[in-house]
Design a protein around this ligand. Structure first.
Ligand code: UDP
Length: 240
């Protein structure tokens, strides 16, 4: 018999790069579809799922600032980029009959809902996936911080960080042979050793709110559902 899910409500953080597949830029439809299939499987387990999506595959504020643009202006462009990704994921999910709502931290009434916490919670209770776009709505932040913030607001049981590898390693396993994967880490380990899982603001917010962070491979088909059953490979970040 398949074990029941370990978590009732989760938030999945997807970076924009996770949607790129093998491309150098933008969205790869097959990759978006594969992620939508995985989310569908988790929703079918009865888990309430929300998603915070990044925009690094389209535009990053720091790159804009590096080329001479005003940083805040560039960050707003970055936030708008996340909305494109959110709409793409919504489309892929709804094609798979998974009811999905996009909520934006920057109101854009003709495109999606504005972010309203209680409404988002209601959507999730009804089995809808909520995709949070436009990060926190503020420049100088990242979508990692937005993910920790929304997960805390939504009282999620865990923050799932979908990455290119199946957890946090002692070194980049794609470059260093013999790099080992940590089964478990503390928030302080991540901060003190600058492990680069998520930015420090996100880690601190998760720590203050006792929110476990689970790092897993978003590109391994079925891994999201496995992690929800407490199986498979991942790194768990907790207080002790
Ligand atoms: N951004 C922002 N405030 C936020 C979240 C994001 O200004 O609360 C901007 C910032 O410019 C960032 C871009 O949006 O570079 C895309 O987000 P991020 O880099 O976090 O995306 P990811 O790396 O997850 O793809």
């Amino acid at each position: 018999m398949t074990p029941p899910p370990v978590y009732k409500r989760v938030l999945l953080k997807l970076s924009g790069e996770a949607l790129m597949g093998r491309r150098e830029f933008g969205l790869d439809t097959e990759t978006v579809n594969a992620i939508a299939n995985d989310i569908k499987a988790v929703v079918a387990m009865g888990v309430e799922v929300s998603v915070v999506i990044g925009g690094g595959n389209i535009f990053r504020g720091v790159s804009g600032a590096a080329s001479g643009m005003d940083r805040a202006q560039a960050d707003y462009m970055g936030m708008l980029a996340t909305i494109m990704n959110a709409l793409a994921l919504q489309s892929a999910l709804e094609k798979r009959d998974v009811p999905t709502r996009v909520q934006s931290a920057i109101p854009m009434a003709s495109v999606c809902e504005p972010y309203i916490r209680r409404r988002a919670e209601r959507h999730m209770e009804k089995g809808r996936v909520v995709v949070f776009g436009a990060g926190t709505g503020n420049p100088f932040f990242t979508t990692d911080t937005a993910a920790a913030l929304r997960a805390a607001e939504m009282q999620c049981d865990a923050l799932l960080k979908g990455t290119q590898v199946d957890g946090v390693y002692s070194a980049d396993p794609r470059k260093v042979s013999g790099a080992t994967r940590y089964e478990q880490l503390t928030y302080l380990d991540v901060l003190a050793n600058d492990l680069g899982v998520m930015d420090a603001a996100a880690i601190s917010l998760a720590r203050e709110n006792h929110l476990p962070i689970i790092v897993f491979n978003i590109h391994a088909p079925g891994a999201f559902a496995q992690v929800m059953r407490g199986e498979g490979a991942f790194t768990k970040i907790i207080e002790t």
